[in-house]
Ligand binder design. Sequence first.
Ligand code: NAD
Ligand code: GLY
Length: 375
Amino acid sequence: MSESICRVEVALGPRSYAILIGQGLIATAGPQITAALPGAKAALVADATVLKSHGPAIVRSLGEAGILAGEPVIVPSGEASKSFGELERVTRQLLQMGLERRDLIIALGGGMIGDLVGFAASILRRGVRAVQVPTTLLAQVDSSVGGKTGINTPEGKNLIGAFHQPSLVIADLDTLGTLPVRELRAGYAEVVKYGLLGSKAFFERLETSFTRLLDGSSPEERADMVKTCCEMKAGIVARDETETGERALLNLGHTFGHALEAAAGFSQRLLHGEAVAIGLCLASRFSELNGHCPKGTAERVERHVAAAGLPVSIGSVSFGRTVIPSALVRLMQQDKKVVRGNPTLVLLSDIGSAFISRDHGWEAIERFLENQMHG
Ligand code: NAD
Ligand code: GLY
């Protein structure tokens, strides 16, 4: 096993686990899993696109380690697979393979497969272990860590799900080499989120190094970026596993973003990370307009988001239908942070410092959206 593997621990007592970050890790998945979780058979569930590029290496490694349970279960790529239909198909296939309570399921792919498989693992035989092998930037810096799992329904995103921590995360940076640039940028929105919510120094580093981070010309800096995000997330999750407080900060940009994503029909019209990018800009602008952060903050955020090739405004989204501010507010009202019908927003007091606010009502949010869309 390579010496250049970074290891980040998620400290959750008996549910603690390691995040391994490095190059060429998929080819070592078998021994890594055997070392961390001895005695288990592993069922591989993979995104169809990812399986073509990265399936052979992981299947070989699991086979050589003698832990592969059956043929890979293949899930169609795309957000539409985070559905009750796919959940039923995948769980039944795993049962038919004879996967036992002490075995584990490997999720190979981006956040879609991680969320779906994590949820399947939480309910299969009342809970089996999951190993996340994230292959998108978004999944490596965010969704594979922390145990939020779930599926979408027409009512909104991730409204059905469970907290189910993985037992190991294997983030192979080489997989980013086959990721389309649009997806890489979308994942970068979550990276920017970490700088905004918790570290001005990290945001400033991103401002100077984002070109290299996106084009992959500095593998060391990329590894460091993924590690920094995972460390920040691991710290927050260890302090607030089930989001009773601080963990909500990780939702910076998501309250607006999820509504935009739903309005665009969870489709290629607007990727999750792109919706988060606009959401970060909206949260910054809303914070500034309401006097929570210094003047110029929103412009600085928008400048960086735009420089990274991400959308910054609602006007840049082609929804495929007319979307009005009140419709976005109705979608925001499905947010899991809503308390007794009232909004909970994550806002900025500065770059690198976010806070949870319950001081603004739906009317103020609708007026703000009206201005952003038609002002
Ligand atoms: P995704 O999983 O849909 O992957 C995006 C696309 O990239 C897909 O078409 C996939 O086939 C392709 N792909 C993945 N890896 C590839 C690779 N290495 N090479 C080539 N193609 C590859 O999208 P995503 O952006 O990774 O994840 C978005 C999902 O994550 C959303 O459902 C979102 O809600 C969820 N999410 C969850 C959490 C959490 O904490 N659980 C956090 C953030 C986001
Ligand atoms: N991505 C938000 C969270 O994990 O809490």
